[in-house]
Design a protein around this ligand. Sequence first.
Ligand code: NDP
Length: 295
Amino acid sequence: MQILDGKLVSEAIKAQLATKVAELKAAGKKTPHLAAILVGNNGASETYVASKVKSCAEIGYNSTLLRFDEQISEKHLLDHITMLNENADVDGILVQLPLPKHINEELVINTIDPSKDVDGFHPMNVGKMVSGLPTFVPATPYGIMLLLEHYQIPTKGKHAVVIGRSHIVGTPVSILLSRSANPGNCTVTLCHSQTTNLKEICLQADIIVAAIGKPNFVTADMVKEGAVIVDVGINRVADASKKSGFRLLGDVKFDEVAPKCSFITPVPGGVGPMTIAALLKNTYHAAIGQKVNMN
Ligand code: NDP
């Protein structure tokens, strides 16, 4: 069994981006600039945004963090997004989800200029991804593909089972894995809460991508010997022995599943850091006016 070390690979991607940014600066060109919007005080969201902003600083990007109170009106938030759209110095805009209930997430995403939508959630970018056109690919699926590519995981002709059909992870990763590309060319089964024979389907999988949001959901009896496991889940589970009061668990019961696998991502240190690396790549592409072609 080999660990798919997302931390290591993300550090390598960040080092490459840092070199490219230094070259842009030396050539008198624009420094990539990511603007992040955080609404409210959700602990997990705070952690994610902080690490995105910190990563920008590490590789020489500019970043702006706009923090708003939980009570911010939808109009006020949309006005700020419009200002960022019109600010020529800002290349990428991300709005950390979830948003408070009184704000329409769809409207917020639709307001972001598609050319600055580095999370790849705008319907125009989603449509381009589905159509196989160059675009911003959502960061988590993009990060997963970069990780599979780095470790040269054989995917052609393999049966990939994706558990979870969210717009931000499950659905896009199922599309990317089914593409005629490398990594890709998988036969994909997309499962969700209404799937009746999940265990049987998982036992046929050469590759499992678990994006469910339930700790330890995928157990050893669901996994074929030699399978590749990508665990997207980040679940906070109460743990009095930790200073924070919680620990992070993936969607896969790592200790019992790992011995059966050929490759597996750990949590933390797998898909999480790759998501940030992919976001930074998208921001670089936004700054130089280029899109990613996953075909
Ligand atoms: P969502 O809650 O949006 O989606 C969860 C999916 O899991 C749904 O499609 C749901 O099905 C499915 N599901 C729920 N219960 C079952 C079940 N019993 N059997 C099969 N499928 C089930 O979650 P996200 O996609 O946003 O996130 C998933 C996990 O990944 C979370 O832990 C999240 O924190 C993590 N995450 C990690 C990221 C990273 O960078 N590593 C980035 C984004 C998310 P249905 O559609 O029928 O309800």
